[in-house]
Design a protein around this ligand. Structure first.
Ligand code: NAD
Length: 290
């Protein structure tokens, strides 16, 4: 396939490289100067999109996605796929999909889970929203860039799944960290805490697979000085998107709201910026109730 790839950053770069490695003809564009193995570079987003069977975008946010969509939709051929893999607000995803559909394109919102390691290794999970025809067009590319793609429903459903998943993740990590900090103060050994909780009803991905306590459980960013991993500021971005969505549909999400406040304090006012999101544990450890 002839593929246009716009946004060749930490995630988009390796994803585009994997498509090229699999034999696709990939033309990329990024605002920043980049060089990606196997990918030829265009002078603009519209140029990268012209004549492509599928255009993939991997951009920082919904405002930038809307601007890029405004440039590329008029340049794309009817029947082409427009696959946005960025994490953006549901409203932007739906607005872009409506414009693309009106122009005769096949849009899919397909945010990913798996991080930079998953992008490089081709093991991402895609959560996709769009028509059956649009999903079918994008699916062979998901197979190359990832290990699993779930068709979640119509346009916006992929973003909805992503932010709901990550809202649970943020809440659970905050809960796991505060419980460890409480256990410390109660004099409970961390290994014993892990042994019990990881096999009891408090178990979770954050405890069992990504334990925030160093030296306990499987290898995780906690064992590497809390170097990300999944950076606290990216967690905060997704939590803010969850609250924006909750406000738009009048959903009561008190735990999501509190997790958003915690990560906002941590990233904006404390020393969380650039640390893994599990560094909430040393944050709680340092604090007292008041
Ligand atoms: P990044 O900042 O490394 O990459 C974004 C790229 O977009 C940059 O290279 C930037 O120059 C480019 N860009 C910005 N505006 C542009 C424009 N108008 N035209 C062309 N290029 C433009 O970010 P990333 O880590 O690759 O993340 C991309 C998306 O994936 C985000 O929405 C993020 O939330 C999501 N995501 C990231 C991770 C992760 O672990 N990094 C995990 C899951 C999802």
């Amino acid at each position: 396939m002839k593929i246009g790839f716009i946004g060749l950053g930490n995630m988009g770069g390796p994803m585009a490289a994997n498509l090229a490695k699999a034999g696709h003809d990939v033309t990329g564009f990024d605002m920043a100067e980049v060089s990606i193995e196997g990918v030829s570079l265009a002078g603009s987003a519209a140029e990268a999109a012209t004549g492509a069977d599928v255009v993939i975008t991997m951009l920082p946010n919904g405002t930038i996605l809307r601007a890029v969509a405004g440039e590329i939709i008029p340049a794309m051929s009817k029947g082409a796929g427009f696959v946005d893999c960025s994490t953006v607000d549901v409203e932007s995803a739906r607005a872009v999909a409506a414009d693309a559909t009106a122009a005769g394109l096949l849009p899919v919102d397909a945010p990913v889970s798996g991080g930079v390691g998953g992008a490089a290794g081709g093991t991402l999970t895609f959560m996709a929203g769009g028509s059956e025809a649009a999903f079918a067009k994008a699916n062979p590319l998901f197979d190359i860039m990832g290990q699993k793609a779930v068709h979640c429903g119509d346009s916006g459903a992929g973003q909805a799944a992503k932010i709901c998943n990550n809202m649970i993740l943020g809440i659970t990590m905050a809960g796991t960290c505060e419980a460890f900090a409480l256990a410390d103060k109660l004099g409970l050994d961390r290994q014993k805490m892990f042994d019990v909780v990881s096999t009891s009803s408090g178990y979770s991905w954050t405890m069992n697979a990504y334990c925030p306590a160093p030296g306990v459980g499987p290898q995780s960013p906690a064992d590497n000085g809390y170097k990300p991993g999944f950076a606290a500021e990216l967690m905060l971005k997704d939590l803010r998107l969850s609250q924006q969505a909750a406000e738009a549909v009048d959903a009561d999400t008190p735990m999501g709201q509190r997790a958003t406040e915690l990560y906002s304090d941590f990233v904006d006012d404390e020393d969380g910026l650039g640390k893994d999101f599990s560094a909430m544990l040393p944050r709680f450890e340092k604090r007292s109730r008041g």
